[in-house]
Write a protein that binds this ligand. Structure first.
Ligand code: AMP
Ligand code: ZN
Length: 476
């Protein structure tokens, strides 16, 4: 496998520290609100990366932190008049629900900032002992950028152009300002009752230190992959590198992968611009997790993806066509006709698909192979080339694609067919025959006949509903 490493700005061969095993850290959500689908584009990119590593035989240990204390969580919990833990609980629960809806494979660890304060204090103490951190007049502890000459390596910042020595206390600061950043923030009244004791007095950790402390705890001082959205790269990830490498004296992370933004009308989807959709917004409008997933994974992670509702329409129609094909494959006659050919075509598709994802997650090429394979399958079906055993091999190959895509849902499509057959068993045979005749008319694009049959059925007291699993008739 090869991935684009932000550290070094080039595609590099991926070599894990321990063969066959990958340690991966993912910056998780700040739980002060429902995550929007821009955030989920980042988590889905990480899911595709994880599934690709697994597809290629690696065992992945993934850590995703939950930022449940920072400027924003404190501000909004106080505005809501709720204790911090009660306030953030609701958004943590919603986040895990959304991950499930989007079929994002669970990480091995979801450490929360508020339950790892001692680890953060220990890391800050280490930086104090080494003279890299210092205490300011208000009691806060800062990281001294001047003491870490390698600062700027990830974001490629020219340190000679920077005014070193300024201090920034807020968790997120402007993209172009290089400043000593807070490791520990001394308590002030804006924090209300949110505070922990420390060797430097009561206060709370800064945002950046949590990822350094928690990644080290679960993955060790040096690990394989660190991911996030592109806006996390600076200052957040640069600061993580500075803290960890200054404290531990060894390389922090070997491969940094960042995904581009999801945009709306070419602007970044963000809470502050108000141009966002949450999963709740889209589920309420009737879109499914698979349909949303299909849109968000379909563009290469290093390209911007402009989101609109029309793309969900296309996603619905694409997934429906797959479901129809799976049911057609399931309906072929018994026998082993076409078996060798199907096996050969499936093996070829698997190799191309896996290689495409292994080449810096080249989803365009992987999907091109999926569609080419599908075209070949349809043409084989049209020629009646495949019997049951061959069709089973083909269906298994679609299940195999879904180890990464997780959207095609072969078995759900087949189950739907069985449900439908059971449900339709009490419909009179002559009514079903008319329904079948209408299917034939529609395939032949004879819409006048199809409409006439619909009217005739209606006159007999039956209503036809066209569903993704094919037509169903219900009593009027
Ligand atoms: P936050 O909760 O703001 O820290 O963001 C969580 C994750 O979502 C981070 O990895 C961000 O980089 C990422 N993110 C935020 N907005 C977008 C967006 N519009 N498109 C893609 N990723 C985003
Ligand atoms: Zn982080």
């Amino acid at each position: 496998m090869r991935f684009f490493n932000t550290l070094g700005h080039r595609v590099e061969e991926f070599k894990p520290i321990e063969e066959g095993k990958v340690g991966m850290y993912t910056c998780g959500p700040t739980v002060y609100n429902f995550a929007h689908i821009g955030n989920f584009r980042a988590y889905l990119f990480e899911d595709i990366l994880r599934r690709t590593l697994e597809y290629h035989g690696c065992k992945v240990t993934q850590v995703m932190n939950l930022t449940d204390v920072d400027d924003k969580t404190i501000r909004d919990s106080r505005a809501a008049n709720l204790p911090l833990t009660v306030f953030t609980r609701k958004y943590k629960d919603a986040f895990f629900e959304d991950l499930k809806t989007l079929r994002i494979e669970p990480a091995e660890h979801y450490p929360e900032a508020t339950t790892h304060i001692p680890e953060m204090i220990q890391l800050i103490q280490n930086l104090m002992d080494k003279g890299i951190a210092y205490q300011s007049g208000d009691g806060s502890i800062y990281f001294s950028i001047a003491k870490f000459p390698a600062y700027g390596q990830l974001a490629k910042i020219d340190m000679t152009q920077q005014r070193i020595g300024e201090r920034i206390n807020s968790d997120e600061y402007a993209k172009d300002s290089v400043a000593d950043f807070a490791l520990w923030k001394a308590w002030d009244e804006k924090d209300g009752d949110v505070k922990w004791d420390s060797p430097w007095g009561p206060g709370r950790p800064g945002w950046h230190i949590e990822c350094s402390a928690m990644s080290q705890k679960y993955l060790g001082k040096t690990f394989d992959i660190h991911t996030g959205g592109i806006d996390n790269m600076f200052p957040h990830h640069e600061d993580e590198i500075a803290q960890s490498e200054a404290a531990n004296g060894c390389k922090f992370v070997n491969y940094w992968l960042h995904c581009e933004h999801l945009t709306v009308n070419r602007q970044k989807m963000s809470k502050s611009l108000g141009n966002f959709y949450t999963m709740r917004d889209l589920l309420e409008k009737g879109w499914s997790g698979a349909e949303i997933r299909w849109v968000l994974i379909g563009t290469h992670y290093r390209s911007k993806l402009n989101f609109d509702i029309a793309s969900l329409d296309q996603s619905r129609s694409a997934l429906k066509k797959f479901a129809d094909l799976f049911r057609r494959l399931d309906a072929v006659a018994e026998g082993d006709g076409g078996l060798a050919e199907a096996q050969e075509r499936a093996a070829q598709a698997k190799a191309k698909f896996g290689a495409a994802f292994g080449e810096d997650l080249n989803v365009a090429e992987a999907l091109a192979e999926l569609f080419k394979f599908t075209k070949d399958v349809k043409s084989a079906l049209a020629k009646n080339l495949y019997q049951k055993k061959a069709a089973a091999v083909i269906l298994d190959q679609y299940r195999d694609f879904d180890r990464i895509l997780a959207a095609l849902d072969v078995d759900a499509a087949l189950a739907q067919k069985q449900d439908q057959q059971a449900e339709q068993s009490d419909v009179p045979a002559d009514v079903l025959a008319l329904v079948q005749k209408r299917v034939g008319a529609k395939i032949a694009k004879d819409f006048a006949t199809a409409d006439a049959i619909r009217d005739e059925l209606k006159a007999q007291g039956w209503i036809i509903e066209d569903s993704p699993a094919g037509p169903r008739v219900i009593k009027a």
